[in-house]
Design a protein around this ligand. Structure first.
Ligand SMILES: NC(=O)c1ccc[n+]([C@@H]2O[C@H](COP(=O)([O-])OP(=O)(O)OC[C@H]3O[C@@H](n4cnc5c(N)ncnc54)[C@H](O)[C@@H]3O)[C@@H](O)[C@H]2O)c1
Ligand SMILES: [Zn+2]
Length: 369
């Protein structure tokens, strides 16, 4: 089992990554939260249907008497109303300050349950058991919780860390190919930011990765979690270093918003964002053409991506209005070499526009390559 420590003074915690871990969740939690008065598993119907029985069996055999509470599935349920409804039900079910919540689902369940745990009776403990690849290698690590407002994504939230994160890559076997692949771009991002070895896995073992070879996938998730844990441990509240995790997300977020969150999965938007950031880095002389080519090949080599038809000027306008804009300047994380990035605040508008034009050209016909 791979174990990664997230160092957040005064209390650090472990993320554990292992195929088949779900069956041992009960035993592991008996060590981590032995004092839990009651355990509440927060989940969504698709996850409960596929994996609920296995988790409940494991918790029961460790002596817990878990109760499941379900929330509606999907990003649209990531709002304050859901938090309120869940909290009311928890009160009626007798959840007290010593209750422990388990977030059992994708990033939506994790973000909602984390926020709920931070608010419920001024804070109860919670545990993450992420079930999508995006949640396993990204959303469950780092302690950001949140819900959306009608005016924008993730605008209400807290920093609140789980007691532990249990990651079982076997749960990914029930994901669609598209959702699985979308998560891989986040792992690739981690490699470009700070882990050459992780990046090399994509160059040399692409076939195995796409076939979901269990050893490969466990390794990729463990290395991504390690990278994110290192960054978060050094900069919990995004003072500076943590911003490197936004590689590919500046343009990625703008693409998602401009297409109404309908045509691109988050990871697919990040894939295009990685290519755009790389093109920008090349144009402004921050990286060389060999590095840029390797990144583009690694991204496009994972297969087909949805076509980009947006108006580049509209993307630029969104960037300028984005919350990451500081003092009217758009900050970009740019790759320098594989495993090294830097932050640039001086990217000219026409370079950004050209980078988006290039995405339109590359993606024409709906094929990345
Ligand atoms: N807190 C953070 O640091 C952070 C980081 C990245 C993303 N996020 C958030 O994460 C959310 C996206 O997460 P997501 O992509 O996991 O979306 P999601 O939670 O909506 O899950 C996607 C879909 O997969 C289904 N699903 C979950 N596990 C499954 C399984 N094992 N098999 C089959 N289907 C399964 C879900 O029911 C859902 O329909 C966004 O709201 C985003 O803002 C948070
Ligand atoms: Zn992301």
């Amino acid at each position: 089992m791979a174990q990664v420590t997230i160092h957040i003074p005064p209390r650090s915690y472990q993320a554990r990554i292992e195929n088949g871990l779900l069956a041992r969740a009960g035993t592991l939690l008996a060590d981590v939260v032995p004092h839990a008065s009651k355990i509440f598993v927060v989940t969504v119907p698709p996850v409960r249907r596929r994996w609920g029985t296995k988790l409940l069996r494991s918790l029961h055999s460790a002596g817990f008497k878990p109760q499941i509470i379900q929330m509606p599935d999907g990003e649209r349920a990531k709002n304050l109303k859901t938090i309120e409804t869940l909290a009311e039900r928890l009160v009626r079910l007798g959840a007290d300050r010593k209750a422990v919540f388990i977030a059992f689902g994708g990033g939506v369940v994790g973000d909602v349950t984390g926020l709920l745990a931070s608010l419920y009776m001024r804070g109860v403990e919670f545990v993450q058991i992420p079930t999508t690849i995006l949640a396993q290698l990204d959303a469950s690590i780092g302690g950001k919780t949140g819900v959306n407002l009608a005016t924008g994504k993730n605008l209400l939230g807290t920093f609140y860390h789980p007691r532990t994160v249990l990651i079982d890559p076997e749960l990914l076997s029930t994901l669609t190919n598209r959702a699985f692949r979308a998560g891989l771009y986040e792992a690739l991002k981690c490699g470009i930011i700070g882990d050459l070895d992780l990046f090399l896995r994509f160059e040399t073992n692409r076939g195995q990765i796409l076939k979901r070879d269990p050893v490969e996938i466990e390794g990729i998730i463990a290395q991504s979690v390690k990278l994110k844990a290192e960054v978060v441990s050094a900069d919990e509240h995004e003072g500076g270093l943590r911003r490197v995790l936004n590689l590919g997300h500046t343009i990625g977020h703008a693409l998602e918003a401009e297409t109404g969150y309908k045509t691109l999965l988050h990871g697919e938007a990040v894939a295009w964002g990685l290519i755009a950031a790389t093109n920008i880095a090349l144009t402004v002389g921050r990286t060389d053409s060999v590095t840029a080519g390797r990144i583009a090949d690694a991204v496009l080599g994972l297969g087909r991506l949805p076509e980009i038809k947006v108006n580049p000027r509209k993307i630029l306008a969104r960037l300028q209005a984005d919350k990451k804009t500081q003092g009217g300047v758009v900050h970009f994380v740019l790759p320098r070499e594989i495993g090294k990035v830097e932050i640039a605040a001086d990217v000219p508008d026409n370079v950004i526009i050209n980078a988006v034009e290039e995405l339109r050209r590359l993606s024409r016909g709906g094929w990345g390559k």
